[in-house]
Design a protein around this ligand. Structure first.
Ligand code: BEZ
Length: 211
């Protein structure tokens, strides 16, 4: 069954490159990204894992733990990691699940049989401190993901979890945001002392609230 926004991220215990991990125990009450890639020793996946390794300090800064998954065994992951470090200039610095029996892949609906009946698609799940799924993404095997976009979405998720705002198209950290339509103007006066620009009654733009 597909996992939808707001669902509790299913728990599992899996072999990873950092040993056996119980997902909820590992995650505790932080944010997490769980992402799958189709197969070890494949070119696009190699670049993706190098990119995520380089961005690890950015995930850390946001309090986000990262875990990868592919359907190959853990020995294969360890061998492949040498290639990733050699070709991408960064060692993999987060756990990768070995899922040869597809236990986690099936639990998270990461195999789309009409695309490929054995390999995982490029799934991403962003999971909040409450263990609820906040974002899902699915890319095909042939297209590497944009992990700066993932960080941008995490910035939006973390901001909108704290303040009664939404973020507009192409928003980036520090730019103006939208006051949530459910907030009345009276309440907005208290919540947004910097004021707002009302383009339409339903479109009120205000500077990004600071923490
Ligand atoms: C890749 O990572 O390059 C890849 C993996 C599976 C199918 C196609 C491409």
């Amino acid at each position: 069954m597909a996992i939808r926004l707001g669902d509790t991220a299913p728990n599992f215990t899996a072999e990873t490159t950092d040993g056996t991990i119980d997902f909820h125990e590992w995650k505790k009450d932080s944010w997490a990204v769980l992402f799958s890639h189709p197969k070890d020793f494949t070119p696009v996946c190699t670049t993706e894992l190098g990119t995520v390794a380089k961005l690890k300090p950015e995930f850390d800064k946001r309090g986000v733990k990262v875990m990868g998954l592919s359907v190959d065994p853990v020995d294969s992951h360890h061998e492949w990691e040498k290639d990733i470090e050699e070709t991408q200039g960064e060692a993999v610095n987060f756990p990768m699940i070995a899922d040869p029996d597809r236990k986690v892949a099936d639990l998270y609906d990461m195999i789309h049989p009409n695309a490929n009946d054995t390999l995982t698609v490029r799934s991403v799940f962003v999971i909040g401190p409450d263990d609820k799924v906040k974002l899902t993404l699915t890319y095909p095997a042939s297209t590497g993901r944009n992990f700066d976009e993932l960080l941008r979405v995490i910035d939006s998720l973390q901001l909108t979890a704290k303040h009664s705002v939404a973020t507009p198209a192409d928003w980036n950290q520090g730019e103006d945001v939208i006051i949530a339509p459910a907030i009345s103007n009276d309440d907005a006066k208290e919540k947004f002392p910097a004021g707002w620009k009302e383009l339409k009654p339903y479109l009120r733009v205000t500077p990004q609230p600071q923490d």
